[in-house]
Design a protein around this ligand. Sequence first.
Ligand code: ADP
Length: 482
Amino acid sequence: MTLLDRLIADHKTGLYVDGGWHASGDGAVIEVRDPSTEEVVAEVASGTAEDGLGAVTAAHAAFPGWAESAPRKRGEILRRAFELMMSREKEYAGLIVAENGKAFSDAMGEVRYGAEFFRWFSEEAVRNRGEVYRSPSGDKRISVLNQPIGVSLLVTPWNFPIAMGTRKIAPALAAGCTIVLKPASDTPLSSLAMADLFEEAGCPPGVINVVPSARSGKVVGAMMADRRVRKLSFTGSTETGKLLLAQAAPRVLNTSMELGGNAPFLVLEDADLDLAVEGAMQAKMRNAGEACTAANRFYVAASIADEFADRLSAAMAALKVGPGMEPGVDVGPLINAATRDKVAELVEEAGGTVTTGGRAPAGRGYFYLPTVIKDVARGAGILAAEIFGPVAPIVRFDDLDDAIAQANDTDLGLISFVFTSDQRLGMEVAERLEAGMVGLNRGLISDPSAPFGGVKESGLGREGSHHGIHEFLEPKYIGAPW
Ligand code: ADP
């Protein structure tokens, strides 16, 4: 029996509130589709605004006890969650494939990366240190403690249904916050499976609540307006992020935002081309390009641009495209028809020369072939859009300063990549790139122990590392006589 079959058989496709499974207040459901067949694989309760507020009530009631609980206890629950998830990694990966479509190998990578946040923050839970020091004038004892911020609303996207949840759940719980998780409506099942996992790991009722809803604006809006909610942690598009920031303003609600990216991938003249192509494949093709960290624009030194394009095209053409669970498949379908059509439109309007792919294959499923477009002109629309698909546009450059200027010529700044054999030059370029993260001779740098996040319109705050827990803590200063 698969994890999906078990969730359905055990009636765990409802809203998870206060440790129980419930139908939506008005009986509405979300149809979850397998993107490789377009068929409905499950029906999940679609919460109302009142359901969201009911979850806030449960999280609010559970907060004092959870915040006061021993840090070690919270850490051990997270550690058990890590072990449970890893002991069933294939089942979780299969569930991701069922609702998101990605290749099983990508899903396995996601489960391992995602579970690692549970382990990392199980260790951070017991390292919440404060400070005590004497004021400069000598009159006061300055004590600073970091207290959990309170009921936290977590809103996650569909591209990493497990990992985008774990990256928020783990630090929130470690800090002593209780949560309401609102997963994307394309992929609610992974979050419901995680609620079940935490129950098994010994998490008390009300600490984790999960409210899927197709009416995201209404449900999230109602919760954000409720004064018992003290934090919003959001991952999704810059467009929705801006909307939520505006909605947060009237309450001065504390927000963490992981928004869109438009990652430049620079290949300098002296780069090791084998390494650069391998890095490009990782940076572009993990998750079929459906990642905010995906390489979006390739700037390649003119002297090596043709060879880079040839090698990248060969590697892309060799990938097997198909349903995520089929053996040997490297690239699954995109999440839905709208996403696939947007990718197709960007390719059609890109200009340049398509050297491989460039179309959606015939038949069912939201597939798009791995695509390379060389000699794309600067200023082409595809370079300004977040592609979110398996398409690599290549621009040649003659002058490194100009390439860096083009790389920085965007309102987004999540991640950048640089390939060069000169480590010192690489560090210099990395420092000049306007991004929260830089991969230097590496196409994949996400790591739960490193700070993930962007500058400019790519977001606010950082997830992972020792910084991540502070998004859910607030320093309290107590001044007392020395
Ligand atoms: P994506 O392209 O990843 O779907 P979105 O920003 O549209 O990016 O969605 C990310 C998350 O935000 C999802 O959980 C989605 O349901 C939710 N969401 C979308 N629109 C709104 C909104 N107006 N208010 C609150 N949440 C929203």
